[in-house]
Design a protein around this ligand. Structure first.
Ligand code: 3HC
Length: 312
């Protein structure tokens, strides 16, 4: 019996082979990857905005330099990921237009405001920590270009995570009363939006079954969220912080931290565009797209001229 292409593809996934850009793949596999990778890339670029705002207000030259390096890294992560998505046959312009038209998403966590300097540290510890949890999993993804982009991104995210954690630990243990209050206020505002980064519960996660079947995800949303909570809660409590979750308790039998229910109405409201800063974030991306039009035209004109010269 002649094996169908899909059967051959799935056997490759079974064997743990990497699918590369020129390989045959089901159209649904390609579309899922474009959806996920472009959303990931958009998240990296939009993710520059909440922290970028604080670069001019950093409390020291050292903190300014560290934050500048981190925000620049995020821009680079966006480029890696847009390139990985382009290997699937979509252009950068198509991805950007999809974002600006509301047809593509980015991580909802970046629609929340950064109200104080401690947010910079808390984003590093929580948001980048959650991203590392997710991205370490994606480094095993069946699509070669995505998994390789994750290896480089995870190594840089580890610096982002460590600088944020170091700042929060310092303020929470050695800081002034005002700094300690800022850190607790920051945790209160960033804890739940961070848990939302892992996506809906598995039972409501419409994409997970197919993504797991094809080896794009090797763990589910709830598995990664639970790992993150189990690792992070004891560390936050150890520096005297209180988690904003009255239902949080340690379960000896399972060895897990049981946490309260996420406000899924808030999650979907923000995902669907009605978050604190959704409009501002998209306006910022639209302005950047408009301001960059001359660069795109110049690059296209140069490429055209090069073609003409080659043709002569
Ligand atoms: N924010 C916005 N949309 C979200 C979301 C979130 N946190 N979680 C889920 N969604 C959307 C999904 O995109 C999907 O909508 P779509 O089908 O229209 O795209 C819908 O909600 C249903 O969710 P699913 O669980 O079915 O979707 P996935 O299986 O794709 O899981 C995900 C969601 C876990 C975010 C997964 O897409 C993923 O792992 N993406 C790659 C990693 C990524 O994008 N991370 C974003 C953070 S990057 C970052 O933090 C940068 C760092 O430097 C700080």
């Amino acid at each position: 019996m002649i094996e169908t292409k899909e059967a051959q593809f799935e056997a490759r996934i079974e064997r743990g082979e990497k699918i590369e850009a020129g390989d045959w793949m089901p159209e649904a596999y390609r579309k899922q990857l474009i959806r996920m990778i472009s959303q990931h890339a958009h998240s990296e670029i939009v993710g520059m905005l909440p922290e970028g705002k604080w670069i001019p207000h950093a409390p020291s030259l050292h903190r300014k330099l560290v934050l500048m390096a981190k925000v620049q890294d995020e821009a680079g992560h966006g480029q890696y990921l847009y390139h990985a998505a382009e290997s699937l046959g979509i252009t950068r312009d198509e991805m950007t237009r999809a974002l600006l038209a509301g047809r593509a998403k980015y991580a909802s966590v970046f629609n929340y405001p950064t109200d104080n300097w401690a947010d910079v540290g808390m984003i590093g510890w929580l948001v980048d920590g959650a991203a590392i949890k997710n991205q370490t999993m994606l480094a095993h993804c069946s699509y070669g270009p995505y998994s390789r982009a994750m290896v480089r991104i995870c190594s840089e995210e580890t610096f982002h995570f460590k600088q944020g954690k170091e700042m929060i630990v310092q303020y929470a243990t050695e800081g002034t009363d005002d700094q300690k209050a800022q850190v607790q206020d920051s945790l209160n505002r960033w804890w739940w939006p961070t848990l939302m980064m892992f996506g809906p519960h598995d039972a409501e996660s419409k994409n997970t079954p197919q993504l797991v079947k094809w080896g794009i995800k090797t763990k589910t949303n709830d598995e990664l969220r639970q790992e993150f909570v189990d690792e992070t809660v004891p560390e936050l409590q150890a520096i005297g912080l209180t988690l904003p979750d009255p239902d949080l308790r340690y379960d000896d039998e399972s060895g897990h931290w049981i946490f309260g229910e996420i406000d899924w109405d808030e999650f979907w409201r923000v995902v669907k565009g009605d978050g604190p800063l959704n409009a501002e974030r998209l306006e910022s991306r639209q302005n950047a797209y408009n301001d960059g039009a001359w660069v795109r035209e110049a690059a296209a004109g140069f490429a055209e001229r090069q073609q003409e010269m080659v043709a002569v």
